[in-house]
Design a protein around this ligand. Structure first.
Ligand code: GDP
Ligand code: MG
Ligand code: ZN
Length: 376
């Protein structure tokens, strides 16, 4: 890639760059403010240490990637694979190594965490974000509030090993807060914060999730107030917000692309467009952790292969009967287990197809080479 493909610019989200005075005052290097950690540093060879520079992917567009690093913010144009052997495009939050002189991406560093989803009908998982530390699961105090959806997000968050907090927005519009608190009684390891996302003071408790050097992701349906939260935490209008369309209450998709925003004096915040379907794939452990209570009950069933339907001695059904286990929760666990199994099968088939196709190309190439040698 030639140098002309790279454009360097000053802070692309002005007033909110991690290189702003706020961080300088706290004497945090730009890289550390972006979340650079020993885990990433250890991956660099001696050559790479002298010849390359790490940058963080702040936004991914069709033909360019916005990155930030010690040198400020710049855009890397993408046409074709990002670097030799790159199987996939990087995602927001990824760390890339750029060649210092040419600003050409050399490789992507291993990730601490990765969020991905299966879009409906897709054969491959779509990457959502990498290297996220904390997650705010955002729902509003209205018909959007849905425990089964919270459990879906939790499976994803636990798989990635992130810390999560449930934020219930629009608390100013609904005064019956107790119903939400009661519904969440059983979720002891999930802190719940009710906020008016439009009010700066109200969102203050959420700052502990986006300290300097940390990356916080906002997950939730469209229209629940993710961008509003972001703007209030940043203290400036960084992301566009929009009202919910009255006719279908589906929410206008004002946030069009996924991007990381630097909070002055704090960490990075990921805002993404609402994903109507967050299909789960490769999250077996996260799912087991989210429903650990059901697994614990299942261990007490009389039969090791109990399907928890109508078998005698089923501890899971007994817990439903006694009211200890919510039947909705059991139904959702079954549904998500099936979904994970189905999507994992699709992913495994896609990988096998890709491998077979790769082998086919290699054999065609080697035949062609052998033929050429004979002709020569
Ligand atoms: N009254 C009230 N309105 C809110 C609150 N949070 C968001 N809104 C409004 O809900 C609409 C959607 O918010 P937005 O941040 O764009 O949602 P997003 O799609 O999740 O990013 C906007 O009109 C906001 O002003 C809240 O806590 N209280
Ligand atoms: Mg938004
Ligand atoms: Zn059972």
């Amino acid at each position: 890639m030639s140098k002309s493909l790279i454009s360097r610019r000053p802070a692309f989200r002005r007033g909110a760059s991690p290189c702003t005075d706020n961080n300088r005052q706290a004497s945090i290097s730009p890289l550390n403010a972006l979340g650079w950690k020993p885990f990433f540093q250890q991956q660099l060879s001696l050559d790479e240490l002298s010849e390359c520079e790490p940058v963080k992917v702040m936004a991914v567009h069709r033909s360019q990637i916005e990155v930030a690093g010690d040198a400020g913010d710049e855009a890397v144009l993408v046409n074709g694979p990002l670097f030799e052997g790159a199987a996939e495009r990087p995602t927001v939050g990824d760390w890339l190594l750029l060649e210092r002189e040419t600003r050409r991406p050399v490789r992507r560093l291993d990730r601490v965490s990765l969020f991905k989803r299966m879009a409906p009908g897709a054969k491959q998982a779509q990457l959502i974000a990498a290297n996220v530390d904390n997650v705010l699961i955002v729902s509003s105090c209205n018909h959007d509030f849905n425990l089964s959806r919270v459990e879906r997000y939790l499976a994803l968050v636990k798989e990635a090993g992130c810390r999560a907090c449930l934020v219930l927005t629009k608390a100013d519009l609904d005064q019956d807060h107790e119903q939400y608190r009661n519904a969440l009684n059983g979720y002891r390891d999930l802190p719940v914060v009710l906020v008016n996302a439009l009010d700066a003071e109200s969102v203050e408790p959420l700052r502990e999730y986006c300290r300097s050097g940390e990356t916080l992701a906002l997950l939730g349906s469209s229209g629940v107030g993710k961008s509003t939260l972001l703007n209030n935490l940043a203290g400036t209008e960084l992301a566009e917000t929009g009202g919910i369309r009255e006719d279908d209450s589906k929410g206008r998709h004002t946030t069009r692309h996924r991007a990381l925003y630097a909070i002055p004096g704090g960490g990075l915040l990921l805002d993404s467009p609402g994903m109507r379907e967050l299909g789960l794939a490769d999250v077996s452990e996260g799912l087991a952790a989210t429903f650990a209570d059901i697994s614990a009950l299942a261990a007490k069933c009389r039969f090791a292969d109990c399907a928890h339907q109508s078998e005698p001695g089923c501890a899971v059904q007994a817990a439903v009967d006694s009211g200890e286990l919510d039947e909705r929760r059991l139904r959702n666990w079954r549904k998500l287990e099936r979904e994970v199994a189905r999507n994992s099968k699709t992913l495994a088939e896609t990988r096998a197809d890709d491998r077979a196709l790769g082998q086919f190309y290699r054999s065609v190439q080697s035949h062609a080479r052998a033929h050429k040698k004979r002709v020569d």
